[in-house]
Design a protein around this ligand. Sequence first.
Ligand code: PLP
Length: 348
Amino acid sequence: MTVFSAPLRLRLDSRALVNNWRWLQQRNGAAACGAAIKADGYGAGAVEVMRRLLDAGCRDFFVSNWAEARPLEPLLEEGISLAVLHGVRAEDMEVALASRARPVLCTPDQIVRWKAAGGGICDLMVDTGMNRLGLDWRGDSLAEIEGLTVDTLLSHLASADEDTRLSQLQLERFGALKASVPAQRYSLANSAGICLGPDYAFDLTRPGLALYGGVPRAEAAGKIAQVVFPQAQLLQRRHVPAGDSIGYNATHVVVRDMDIAVLNIGYADGYLRAFSGRGIVKAGDIALAVVGRVSMDLVAVDVSAQPSLVEGDWLDIDYALPEAAALSGLSQYELLTGLGDRFDRLWE
Ligand SMILES: *Cc1c(COP(=O)(O)O)cnc(C)c1O
């Protein structure tokens, strides 16, 4: 049998993933700690992430839509819950009714649809100030929920990663909802919300970013460990004489003779052009500068001082999320979820 291996890979650290989840769980007080695994587990791979967190004791998972729920269905044993955050469109009903996952109903129309179909236990999203998905907290449409059996009542924080009054306001509004809307459980906090303290935890939290190594607030710095480590293979090493330029649009003109390594990763893999002339690649502890533009499938780094690097070597893309976000101007979320499907994903 021929084993095909891709020229680029993600090393994924199981222990870091589980430790991040445990750290978040400990900040929760008595509340349960769930896991947002939408967008294919923020690029890491939802099935593999869910398996590892199930082993660690996580029982509550969240995805955005029913296509994301489908490959997770076989993992939904008794006592494991999967909630679909965007609720049910008319087109989703057949799949949703047959699924072991629950919709998080977000609109009056969704509620009517679910009730008419006798859909059973569901979750409910109430908007407390973000003005994204959910019934309005002021209650105009809250009357619609009469007759629903709500497992979890959710709301989502808009600015928990900053110090603003909005989080406190949302907390107060959510507390009032808890007193007036019956549900088995209440859930407000994402990763950043967990860092705001146990008042925000209620019965269940829904971290995403921090599970995967994102640092949502200063409280998590040094506690949350990197999970996703992209690596790319060296395809060609070349000598570039002074005066020549490198890459598309000749943005980098070589002043002194330079040796470059051309690596198999580019913007189609999520290594966006924001890293052009700025990204850092590592050979062991040695930092190598990205030179010129990032192409669709390739990037060049300066290896003048590293004569031992040759075709076939693997190099580490520097992808510590807070630093890579600061360098590129991309959010930590974009850095994770943009990682494409050309990587081999290798869990360690
Ligand atoms: C994505 C999402 C989360 C997870 O948020 P993070 O900031 O990644 O921790 C939680 N709840 C809802 C409703 C979401 O959409």
